[in-house]
Ligand binder design. Structure first.
Ligand SMILES: [Zn+2]
Length: 219
């Protein structure tokens, strides 16, 4: 069993496309004078179960499908709840938590405050590079959370992307950012690909090299 109490902060554990989006966003955030702290990237299933056990009784955990030995070991009803799902996008390697850190009274401090101006810069910039901010959720908003939902692995295309990703790509292509990956977007993706001589993936798709070059234009 992995160490369930420790969060993984390693960006190399992320899906390759999500990792590229994150690296570009972090560089942009730093350029705006904010010092971003990545508090979690990939989350093993055991850790998700551990987090679910926080703030819940053994019965609540086992009802959800967590094994009884595990639930007995980690159930902690007195703690605050930290998650509402066993199916986090972190498990899929497509989510990341980012907060600002800065000196407060001479001490480097992690800032957990959605209304903080630096948090707002992070939210705005992560969204610019295609992340869905958890801060946007109307029920149980999750301010430090950013995710890229979708059934993609190494390429984005019309079937495997989200409104947030599509809008970021459309902005970088200089076309209308309506969030719909239609024929106009496919044509613009192909024009960009042929201008840079990318032939590694099929027509209408963006692989890691092309995505990095394209989203890099948003900086
Ligand atoms: Zn998260």
């Amino acid at each position: 069993m992995s160490n369930v109490t420790v969060s993984c902060r390693d960006a190399t554990e992320l899906n390759i496309l999500v990792r590229i989006m994150l690296e570009l966003a972090l560089a942009d955030i730093r350029k705006q004078g904010v010092n971003p702290l990545v508090t979690e990237t990939y989350r093993p299933l055991d850790r998700q179960h551990y987090l679910y056990c926080q703030g819940r009784t053994i019965a609540e955990c086992t009802t959800k499908g967590i094994g009884s030995v595990f639930a007995k070991a980690y159930s902690n009803p007195k703690a605050g709840k930290v998650t509402w799902t066993l199916d986090s996008i972190h498990i899929q390697r497509k989510a990341v938590d980012v907060i600002p850190q800065r000196l407060v009274k001479g001490k480097m401090t992690a800032i957990y405050n959605t209304k903080d101006p630096q948090t707002q810069i992070i939210i705005k910039t992560m969204q610019k590079y295609g992340f869905e901010p958890g801060a946007n959720w109307t029920t149980t908003p999750d301010s430090p959370h950013f995710q890229v939902k979708g059934d993609f692995s190494a390429v984005f295309d019309s079937k495997h992307t989200t409104t947030y990703v599509t809008k970021a790509i459309q902005s970088a292509l200089g076309i209308k950012a309506d969030g719909l990956w239609g024929n106009g977007t496919i044509a613009a993706v192909n024009a960009f690909r042929s201008s840079r001589k990318y032939s590694d993936v099929t027509s209408g798709s963006l692989g890691s090299t092309a995505l990095k070059a394209l989203l890099g234009k948003l900086a």
